[in-house]
Design a protein around this ligand. Sequence first.
Ligand SMILES: C[S@@+](CC[C@H](N)C(=O)[O-])C[C@H]1O[C@@H](n2cnc3c(N)ncnc32)[C@H](O)[C@@H]1O
Length: 178
Amino acid sequence: MTKWLKHIAPSDCGYSENVELAKFLTGKYERVLDYGCGRGRLTQVFDKEDYIGYDPEPELIALAIHDNIGYQYTNIGPLSKDGKDLILAYTVFVHMHDKQVLEVIKQFNPKTICIVEILGRAWRRPKNFPPTFNRSLQDYTRLLGNYNLIKEHKMPHAHYTTKKKKPIYMSYLLWRRK
Ligand SMILES: C[S@@+](CC[C@H](N)C(=O)[O-])C[C@H]1O[C@@H](n2cnc3c(N)ncnc32)[C@H](O)[C@@H]1O
């Protein structure tokens, strides 16, 4: 079993992540890349014809295909370099160091990027599995120099709030190319 399977996302976050993501991403996005899509939990927020899910873990991709009939997935890179309207990185960039994030952006040159994760350097554990490189909003503003933050939203996260005994939020960030 892939080590990632038990690190996808705690299901007891206290709200529907699909509903929240759909509300946050108002409007129509074509050519969506769900980067690090895992087992395809969030796939059905998007229309079939607009979507491709990528994850390096073949076992997760097999589960995603099973659960989301008719959607397109791959675990084989490199993916087509055609520009993307939207890259969704739902708790994915948080597991990648800066250089890897920049490579993804350079490769797909997306018009918009949606990042969802817990912000704050206090959460950084680069040597753990999975490695975490949590960034502050300022870190992302610096890293994504060619993008403006156009929308931000926060949801209280029940699982981590209970675990850490203080309010913890999942941040939803939408960036648009300048
Ligand atoms: C916490 S899971 C989130 C999965 C999915 N986005 C979701 O919210 O259900 C992180 C995912 O990122 C993938 N991943 C880790 N490193 C990656 C990388 N360098 N490029 C692409 N995907 C990566 C893992 O295989 C895993 O499926």
